[in-house]
Design a protein around this ligand. Structure first.
Ligand SMILES: [Ca+2]
Length: 307
């Protein structure tokens, strides 16, 4: 984490309050699986509903409360977290889930396993932004100036969380087949003015917005939502177009309106004539590169959480 990065994410905003849940560790013993009913898993000698191996809730948004008939008081409120992110073995499924289970978590790098212990994706160390806009932001990509843009929705790239350009596929963090349930935040490191520029957050963004090298003038959606920190989402109903093949990651249409690139609500990563899928400028983000000219950057960082 760079100092610039630390300054941005260190801004002290409201962090979710502690909910008072009693937290227990992921189970290691004993085994009661043979005695459990369908849909239950043996956890620490108790049959628990909807829990997969290692106590990771199967695709749930919150911890799983032990059932009353498991021999515990109904009002005990005992919750099994998805993992504390401190090791590969105790990886959280996302920074958002980590903050739900551990509300006092501060911004840092944590072990994240987006598909849980049972899924094929290996745990990785990713930065979690826990203060900005109520936190829970998982950094899913870093694109270095001049590098080739990839399909950020479908593909992982490089070494997630490491140096250089890298990406953890956005679809790993979405429950929607087209990714429209994600809230996406874009930050730019090393701008011409210095410092860290962070844009509005976006939602209802089609997965095709993350495909480089699409055909000229292809319509890739009929709008999106965006909002600035602390505000409600606003709808941009404009059709989303690619102006030409040099637009890579993009939800923007033209110069005017809410989706315009020159200070408008959308965003565009732009290549050059000789290198159309290279990342050479950034437009949009509510005024980044304003004046109908894209601005350079050292790196673009993507963060997501579920809306
Ligand atoms: Ca996994």
């Amino acid at each position: 984490m760079t100092m610039k990065h630390a300054v941005v994410w260190g801004v002290s905003l409201i962090v979710l309050g502690a909910c008072g849940d009693v937290v227990v560790s992921a189970p290691t013993t004993p085994d009661c699986q043979s005695a459990c009913r369908a849909g239950e898993t043996c956890v620490a000698g108790v049959c628990v509903e909807g829990v997969t191996d290692a106590g990771v809730p199967a695709g749930s948004d919150a911890g799983v409360t032990l059932a009353a008939d498991a021999g515990r008081p109904a009002d005990a409120g005992i919750t099994i977290p998805s993992g504390d992110g401190q090791s590969a073995e105790t990886a959280a499924v996302s920074c958002q889930q980590l903050l739900v289970d551990y509300p006092d978590t501060e911004s840092d790098v944590f072990w994240i396993d987006p598909d849980g212990a049972q899924g094929p994706v290996e745990p990785m160390q990713l930065f979690c932004g826990m203060e900005y806009d109520n936190g829970g932001w998982t950094q899913v990509a870093r694109l270095i100036y001049g590098d080739q843009v990839w399909d950020a929705w479908s593909d992982s790239e490089g070494s997630p969380g490491g140096r250089g350009s890298w990406g953890a596929a956005l679809n790993w963090f979405s429950d929607d087949e087209d990714g429209r349930d994600l809230e996406i935040l874009i930050g730019a490191v090393g701008t011409q003015r210095g410092g860290y520029y962070i844009g509005p957050s976006y939602s209802d963004v089609p997965s095709s917005a993350w495909q480089p090298g699409v055909d000229v003038e292809e319509v890739i959606g009929d709008g999106f939502d965006s909002r600035t920190e602390g505000e409600e989402f606003e709808r941009c109903d404009a059709e989303i177009w690619r102006r030409n093949r040099r637009w890579s990651w993009a939800i923007s249409r033209g110069e005017d309106g809410c989706a315009g690139w020159a200070g408008g609500g959308g965003f565009v990563i732009y290549g050059t004539r000789r290198d159309p899928e290279g990342a050479y400028s950034l437009w949009g983000l509510n005024a980044y590169g304003a004046g109908n000219r894209g601005a350079q950057f050292q790196a673009v960082e993507l963060f997501v959480r579920r809306r």
